[in-house]
Design a protein around this ligand. Structure first.
Ligand SMILES: Nc1ncnc2c1ncn2[C@@H]1O[C@H](COP(=O)(O)OP(=O)(O)OP(=O)(O)O)[C@@H](O)[C@H]1O
Length: 442
C-alpha cells in the first residue's frame, strides 16, 4: 500500500496540490505539459494502424489467398518474409481482423490467432496456446469448446489430441499466424510445423491455414522438404521502405501524435532518411520520431528540431547497445571488463595482446576458465561487430601484426552495465582496481 502524506507531513519538499486537492509533488512538472504531444500512443509499437501506406499489393495478396476461407474452404499456407520493420506483422494482423469482420457479416466461422514464437517457442506451448486462444474467444466460450491444457506436464500427443478436439468442436477455418517462426525452428526444430501442416488430414469439421512470418530465411534450411513445400505454398516478400515511403508513414501519424505546428519541417524527412539508410525500417523511423518528441518534451522545449532527431538517433543506438551488452555471455563480459579497465587507466588505444594479459589475470582470480588467445580474438571481433569497440589491424614490423582497439562511444554506460554483474563488481572491489591494472602495464 502507498501511504499518502499531506502537505503538512511532507519533509519540506515543494508539494503542489491540484484542483481536487491531490498532491502532485514530484510529477507536477511532467503533467499538464502537452506542448509537444497530443497522443504519443499512436507512435508506439503496440499501436495497430488501420491504414498501412505502401502495402496495398502485399495486403491484397494475403487477402486473395485467405478469401476461400469465407466459403469454408482451406486457404493455402503462406510464408511471409522481409527485413525487420517492413510491416509484415502489421499487414498480416490487419488482413486477419478484416477477415474476421467479413466472416461475422457472412455468418461463416473464420478465426485468426496470432502467436509470437520468440516467446512461445516449444511445440507444447505452441499447441497449448493455439487451443487457449481459440477458447478465449468470448463468443465461443461455451462448455463445448472449453479446454484446460496446463502450460506444462502433459505428453505432447495429448496436447495435440486436445487441440484437435477444440478445433473439431468449434468448426470453421482457423488461420494461425506464427510470427518470428524462425525462432521456433531454431529452438525446437521443425516438428511443430510438421504436425501443424498435416493437421488438416486429421480434421473433419474444421480447417487450418498457417501464415509463417520471418525476417531470416535461413531457417528454411532446417526444414524437412515436405514441411517447407507445405508451409510455402504461397510466398510473399515485403521489400524495405524507401525514404519517401517512410515520410508518408510518419505523416499519417504525425497529426494525431503531435500538437499542431511543433514539428520543424525537416524533422519527418530526417527521421525517414536515417531509417531508410539503415534498411528501410518503419519501426526505426517511428522510434526516432517518438524519441525526438520525447527529448524536446523533457527539455520543456516548444519545438521538435533536427537536433532532437540526431540526439534520438544517438540515444536509440546507445540503448540497443546497452541491451546487447547486458545479455552477453560471461566470457565476453570479462573481455569487455578487461578493456574497460585498460581504458580507465588512460590507455585509450590498446592491443589484443594487452587485453589478453589482463583477461588472463582476471579469469585466474575469478576461477573462470581461461580461453585461448584465438577465442578471445573472436570475442573481440564480436564486440566490434556489435559496435561497442572499433578494431584496426596494424603492422608492427618484424613483430608481425596486431589489433588496435578503441571504444566507439562514451564508456560510462557500458561500465554501468558491466557492473551489474555481481562477480565483476566484487572482483573490482576486492582484487583489482585501475591502479593495479596500471601496474601491470608499467
Ligand atoms: N505501411 C505502414 N504504415 C504504417 N505503419 C507501418 C507500416 N509498416 C510498418 N508500420 C509500423 O512499423 C512498425 C513495425 O512494423 P511490423 O511489426 O509490422 O514490422 P515487421 O516487418 O513485422 O518487423 P519484424 O520482422 O521486426 O517483426 C509497427 O509499429 C507498424 O505499425
Amino acid at each position: 500500500m502507498i501511504t499518502h502524506l499531506t502537505a503538512g507531513q511532507s519533509n519540506g519538499g515543494d508539494f503542489t496540490t491540484d484542483n481536487d486537492g491531490h498532491s502532485l509533488g514530484l510529477f507536477k512538472k511532467y503533467l499538464g505539459n502537452n506542448k509537444i504531444f497530443k497522443n504519443r500512443e499512436v507512435l508506439r509499437h503496440s499501436y495497430r494502424p488501420s491504414i498501412l501506406p505502401h502495402r496495398r499489393p502485399q495486403i491484397d495478396s494475403i487477402a486473395a489467398i485467405l478469401a476461400p476461407s469465407l466459403q469454408n474452404e482451406t486457404p493455402s499456407n503462406i510464408l511471409i518474409y522481409g527485413k525487420t520493420g517492413t510491416g509484415k506483422t502489421a499487414c498480416a494482423r490487419y488482413v486477419g481482423s478484416e477477415l474476421e469482420n467479413a466472416s461475422g457479416q457472412m455468418n461463416t466461422s473464420c478465426r485468426v490467432v496470432h502467436l509470437n514464437c520468440e516467446v512461445i517457442d516449444t511445440q507444447y506451448r505452441v499447441l497449448a496456446q493455439i487451443a487457449k486462444l481459440i477458447t478465449d474467444t468470448e463468443h465461443l466460450a461455451s462448455d463445448r469448446v472449453k479446454t484446460h491444457i496446463p502450460m506444462t506436464g502433459w505428453p505432447t500427443d495429448q496436447v495435440y489430441a486436445e487441440l484437435k478436439n477444440v478445433l473439431e468442436n468449434t468448426g470453421g477455418v482457423l488461420v494461425i499466424i506464427l510470427d518470428e517462426i524462425d525462432k521456433l525452428v531454431k529452438k525446437s526444430g521443425d516438428e511443430t510445423l510438421y504436425n501443424l501442416t498435416r493437421i488438416n488430414s486429421d480434421l473433419e469439421r474444421s480447417k487450418v491455414c498457417i501464415i509463417g512470418i520471418s525476417n531470416d530465411l535461413r531457417f528454411t534450411d532446417f526444414l524437412d522438404p515436405r514441411v517447407l513445400s507445405s508451409l510455402s505454398e504461397e510466398e510473399i516478400v515485403f521489400p524495405p521502405y524507401n525514404a519517401p515511403q517512410l515520410i508518408d508513414i510518419l505523416k499519417q501519424r504525425s497529426d494525431v501524435a503531435f500538437v499542431e505546428g511543433v514539428l520543424d519541417e525537416s524533422v519527418i524527412p530526417l527521421c525517414a532518411a536515417l531509417a531508410a539508410q539503415e534498411h528501410g525500417d518503419a519501426r526505426r523511423a517511428l522510434d526516432l520520431f517518438r524519441v525526438s518528441g520525447e527529448l524536446a518534451d523533457r527539455a520543456s522545449e516548444d519545438r521538435v528540431t533536427d537536433r532532437h532527431v540526431r540526439q534520438a538517433q544517438d540515444k536509440i543506438e546507445t540503448d540497443s547497445m546497452v541491451e546487447c551488452i547486458s545479455t552477453l555471455p560471461t566470457q565476453s563480459k570479462v573481455v569487455l571488463y578487461a578493456m574497460l579497465l585498460l581504458h580507465r587507466i588512460n590507455q585509450k588505444v590498446f592491443t589484443s595482446g594487452e587485453v589478453m594479459r589482463l583477461y588472463r589475470e582476471i579469469t585466474r582470480e575469478l576461477s573462470l576458465e581461461t580461453l585461448t588467445h584465438r577465442r578471445v580474438t573472436d570475442l573481440i571481433s564480436e564486440l566490434n561487430m556489435l559496435g561497442v569497440i572499433s578494431t584496426r589491424v596494424v603492422s608492427k614490423g618484424r613483430y608481425g601484426r596486431t589489433k588496435e582497439i578503441t571504444f566507439d562511444a562514451a564508456t560510462d554506460r557500458i561500465w554501468d552495465v558491466i557492473m551489474n554483474d555481481q562477480r565483476l563488481v566484487e572482483h573490482r572491489i576486492s582484487r583489482y582496481n585501475e591502479e593495479q591494472a596500471g601496474k601491470l602495464f608499467r
